[in-house]
Design a protein around this ligand. Sequence first.
Ligand code: GLP
Length: 243
Amino acid sequence: MVVENYKELSQKSAQMFYQSIINKRAINLGLATGGTPVGFYQELVKFLKGHDMTECIRTFNLDEYIGLSKGNPNSFYTFMNDHFYKPLNLSDDQTFIPNGKADDLEDESSQYETLIQSYGGIDLQLLGVGENGHIGFNEPGSHFEQRTHVVNLKPSTVQANARFFNSIKDVPKKAITMGIGTILDAKEIIVIANGEHKAEAIYQLVHGEKSRNWPITALKGHSNVTVILDEAAANKVKLRQAT
Ligand code: GLP
């Protein structure tokens, strides 16, 4: 789906989430952080605020930096709290995100995986994409079967995310992320991307071969994926003319 601008991309993706939420009595949402979904959260909060349907929502985030506490302004927990949990008054027993400060990170990873399964898996997953095609923090070279695990971030990912930190030195070099196998288990996936810097990753998703060099291409094996793009992110994709 190619939309005109970022506002429309945010509205369209939020609307699809809202529809799924109102159609279900209970829903497990897989959620993403980064610059791209900020507008999505604003729109979804607008749709949901004032309705009493938020009780039926459970959220599971894709990833978290290792070494940042929940209260750290750059943690993904803080991002989620500011953009989604707090505005909707979601409680701690509805909102889950890996603990990047856990003493035993391997154990934290497998417990997070078990937690998702114990609630019946993810119904609807939101994904952004890194310029190098990463999803969650699954960097190029990742195996498509992997479950939640600890990852070393590529220098290009550290560089891309440095804009949120005071200095590149402050950007953690490791994270816990749902694996591609975990992501592929979601019943439905919505990918959002805007800007020309995402165009190559989107080209690989639409026209490329399934390849570990481009983690996003793992989604080719999933039966229910919607990709919502602005024109810049879609500029390498050969679009069919409407007839
Ligand atoms: C981070 C997150 C991803 C996100 C990516 C792109 O690395 N782990 O989930 O998709 O950044 O972020 P942005 O939307 O800021 O371009």
